[in-house]
Design a protein around this ligand. Structure first.
Ligand code: SF4
Length: 147
């Protein structure tokens, strides 16, 4: 796949939610935040279809993002399907890191489940930047409801 300037496109970032379990002032100020209506958010089936088409067109690297992608209900179901898509060789997930320690199965954390699925999780640069500037609030706020 190429853009109009002939640049080869092999990397795709896919945002699966606009929500986050934090409310950093810079990123999600209370007074400005309106969540997308549920019907405007792609289902996982639609997301996987989109990613499969992109892989057929030459995308080999993908990164799942948000908001905070780990707040999306059933995110592991999506994650576990990604390595099965032919052509994808590099699968990553950007996260603020706060939910990686959450137990998703008995004695299995989210971090371990991601690793087992072959998905690299890495700190979201935006969240890290905000945090280092002291704009991250000390505790989770009220946006943990999944979409
Ligand atoms: S900067 Fe990161 S942790 Fe903070 S609200 Fe935005 S997505 Fe969430």
């Amino acid at each position: 796949m190429q853009d109009r300037y002939g640049h080869r496109i092999s990397y795709l970032r896919v945002s699966i939610t606009d929500r986050c379990n934090e409310r950093c002032t810079y990123c999600m100020p209370h007074e400005l935040q309106e969540w997308l209506p549920r019907e405007e958010v792609l289902t996982f089936e639609e997301t996987l279809r989109l990613i499969r088409i992109a892989a057929e067109l030459g995308v080999s690297k993908i990164r799942i993002t948000g908001g905070e992608p780990l707040t999306r209900r059933g995110v592991l179901d999506l994650i576990r399907e990604l390595p099965r898509i032919p052509g994808l060789h590099d699968i990553g997930l950007s996260t603020n890191g706060t939910l990686l320690v959450r137990e998703v199965e008995p004695r299995v954390t989210m971090a371990q489940a991601l690793q087992t699925a072959g998905v690299r999780s890495s700190p979201d640069a935006t969240c890290t930047r905000k945090s280092s500037r002291g704009l991250m609030p000390p505790s989770p706020r009220d946006s943990t409801k999944s979409n």
